[in-house]
Design a protein around this ligand. Sequence first.
Ligand code: DGY
Length: 327
Amino acid sequence: MTNKKVLLTRRFPEIATQMLKQAGFLVTTRDTEEPMLQDELVAQSKNHDAVLCTLSDKINTDYIWQNAHLDVISQFAVGYDNIDIYEANKQGIPVGYTPDVLTDATADVAFGLMVATSRKMFYLHKSIIAGNWTYFKPNSNLGIELKNKTLGVLGLGRIGTEMAKRCRGAYKMNVIYHNRNRNAEAEKQLDAEYVSFDELLRKSDVLSLHCALNDDTKGLFDHSAFKKMKPTAIFINTSRGLVHNEADLIEALREGEVWGAGLDVTNPEPMKPDNPLLQMENVCVVPHIGSATVETRDEMAKLAAQNIIGFYNKQGMAHIVNPEILK
Ligand code: DGY
């Protein structure tokens, strides 16, 4: 038994609380999914030994300074751009995260957005609600086909690879990619070709983002990047909204520099209801639901809880962002 206190920053799937309580932790949880105000998050964390948090919790420099006593931070997400890892390292705080378990669910959303965008499905759904389904029109409502087209992946890691597998299986798409490091295994499995970032922009019929948000990728898809893309290309973002510049994307779509866009992440989040993207024919937007299946969210909750339990019982954290600090 331990008397360590764990703060869950909002209501997570119940299994996380159950596992932590069973392991003897004193758990503070909330009965809302709404994020805490920053002051409250900082203040509450001061009375706890560990924190289980997620994307919109700002675990920034100030937070970590004020909570340098924390033994462990466990993130419920694969991305951890909300956490100042540099500062966590300085304070010697290990940070857990939840990779792998959300790979398929997120690749499904990228693939679904690609298909839905290519056939204007969200817009046409809205047009029925608006009473515009009148008669069969041979030259209207036309989308574009995906068969034998080229999929460009920025970030051919776990999720990018699953997206590429789906695209090859369903549409025999040719796969090109750009990464910081080459992915030899995926090149073999998918016959994927490594290309420069510029080539990725110029050659992709569908360009799908699966990269992390960092200083190199922030704002990478701006006016100059969209201008280099094919006017028939579909842009898919299920990584982080800050990788694209939304005003530039809107302009590129209006000017016909890219054909369409499917977004699971936006910039900012949440997207405002009056965002022009929501009215565009060739655009599909969903509210950051990449990992949102019952099964996946339960698995993420288990991993996030297990990272805390493993840290304290010395079995180790199965998924840790900064393992070097434990050495
Ligand atoms: C993640 O895990 O980083 C996703 O964006 C949240 O589902």
